[in-house]
Ligand binder design. Structure first.
Ligand SMILES: Nc1ncnc2c1ncn2[C@@H]1O[C@H](COP(=O)(O)OP(=O)(O)OP(=O)(O)O)[C@@H](O)[C@H]1O
Ligand SMILES: [Mg+2]
Length: 271
């Protein structure tokens, strides 16, 4: 059995009964209103699969994403990273987590420093993790740019000098710099021009296959999620109300909310 096939079955990240509660802005200091942004979610992702998370605005998708990538501590519940409780990890464990799981945000204009050269944006994670030599890092930048379909000359310019679609490719390249096991993409095409959305989705699909990545793909648009996902989780008010194979969820939705999502307005991607 190949190494890739061996690791596929074991989840890289596993969430067990995760809850995230915020004090909402409406409450007072002594009697805060609670928002149950994530309300008892169990979820896992392995290498080689794309799991789509879909649900309408405010249902808790980004909050769940931030728990998945270790940016947010859950109010309760367990985060397992390669089968071990992430809570007990020390500095080295946190570093490994950051290396293994990366994130692509919605808007590359704000996610990337517009004044940094793309070369430096892509070498920054390698430097932070003390990986490679100057020469090997430069070679890595070349590889990363080729991987996401950008010309080598892009290294010399800044994000503000390339198009929105190209900027998102840079953000994807940066997410791949440390050879992660899992990439979490939170609405990665929503801020992009309609004409380049499909290209970026195809790129993510191709990368998943080529690199045997685990991918969590988050969108409010069920058509977009279907396009890329092997498995789909439907979120509603902080809970996963339906989960299953993409075809099953699409063709035989069991939940009323899923049916409603499927019946909603046609997506911009597939008008
Ligand atoms: N830092 C915060 N403080 C208080 N409430 C928050 C905070 N972040 C999110 N919320 C609330 O938690 C809920 C879930 O928000 P979240 O951003 O996770 O939803 P989402 O599904 O990503 O929405 P969208 O599709 O608009 O991106 C919302 O009610 C939101 O207002
Ligand atoms: Mg969000």
């Amino acid at each position: 059995m190949s190494h890739a096939a061996m690791v596929r079955s074991a989840p890289v990240i596993e969430l067990k009964d995760i809850k995230v509660t915020y004090n909402s802005r409406g409450g007072s200091l002594f009697k805060p209103n609670k928002v149950h942004a994530v309300d008892g979610v169990s979820f896992s992702v392995s290498r080689g699969e794309t799991v789509g998370i879909v649900g309408e605005s405010g249902c808790g998708k980004s909050t769940l994403a931030s728990v998945l990538v270790g940016l947010q501590k859950p109010t309760s519940g367990q985060v397992l990273f390669h089968g071990k409780d992430a809570k007990n990890r020390g500095a080295a464990g946190r570093k490994e987590f950051g290396r293994t799981v990366s994130v692509v945000f919605q808007d590359p204009s704000t996610a990337l420093n517009p004044r940094m050269r793309i070369q430096d944006i892509l070498t920054d994670p390698l430097q932070v993790h003390g990986i490679g030599t100057k020469a090997s890092r430069a070679a890595k930048v070349k590889d990363l740019l080729a991987l996401v379909g950008l010309p080598a000359s892009a290294a010399e310019v800044t994000p503000s000098q390339v198009s929105g679609g190209q900027r998102q490719r840079v953000a994807i390249a940066r997410a791949l710099a440390l050879d992660p096991d899992v990439v979490v993409a939170d609405e990665p095409t929503s801020a992009l021009d309609v004409s380049v959305r499909a290209q970026v989705l195809n790129l993510l699909s191709d990368l998943k296959t080529e690199l045997n990545l685990g991918m969590v793909f988050i969108s409010h648009d069920i058509q977009t999620v279907r396009y890329v996902s092997d498995r789909i989780a439907v979120m509603y008010y902080g809970k996963i109300v339906e989960e299953g194979g993409a075809e099953q969820v699409f063709d035989h939705p069991s939940n009323d909310y899923t049916k409603k999502l499927l019946g909603a307005a046609p997506s911009l991607l597939h008008p």
